[in-house]
Write a protein of this length. Sequence first.
Length: 293
Amino acid sequence: MTISKKYLYNIPDDSNHAATKITAWINNDQEILEIGCASGIQTRHFKEHLGCRVTGIEIDPLAAEDARSYCESLIIGSIEELDLPKALGDKRFDAITLADVLEHLVDPARTLIKVRPFLKEGGNLIASIPNIAHAAICWELAHGRFDYQKFGLLDSTHIRFFTKKNIIKLFEETGYRIISIERVIKTPQETEFTVHCGSAQDQSFLDWICEQNPEAYTYQFIIKACLTSNEQQESSYQQLETLDTIHQLEAKISELSRQNMGLKSQIAWLENHRFGRLTNLVDRLRNKQQKKS
């Protein structure tokens, strides 16, 4: 049974939004296979703003009708059950998108393998995937809760859950190389959960979660991947981990540098406004003592 669930929103002028990040990776005049096109919000953008030709796949027939006018071809059915060679024929695509789809599938790996033959050489597979390791989920678990929601990280229709590490493993094991990882960032208070620190102990615990987990504020991962060639045998996992570590260290260095500049500024102000005369007095006394000796 299909649960009808329309995702209605406009693509915002906001760089911290999954749809904005996905559409930024699509070039003009491309052939797109949009798996899970839903009501056609992104489909419309692909067609009207980028001049792309979109083949849509959507499991919900009611939502699909809203997307139909933006698709060159619309296939209604489950990506896990469809006979893709029969449905798509010899079509090949510059980009295949799975926006918030993989977490709804029984076997995401099988689907990623299934769509590989339909991605052109040099094409990209783009997916947005919620992060189950977000600090808000850790907070909920620590308080004995794992309550499903209508939308969001614990959407009631999610049957698979992902962290950065098992996302990378999933793509590598299904024949893809991750080119880039973007993130939608939300603090625990900005999510659909009620995260309220009512005490210093609560705040200390939440701070500890964020210190231990560099992805604590990552709400969604946006993945851009290409097909792995025979020459690309080396795992990209360690490369991505190294790059992420470098970026995190750079961010920490930048923050420490900012704090250092702030402290220098405060010291200069104190010397000029509060301790300047005292410093001069000490210097004069020291000079007198040196002359006597």
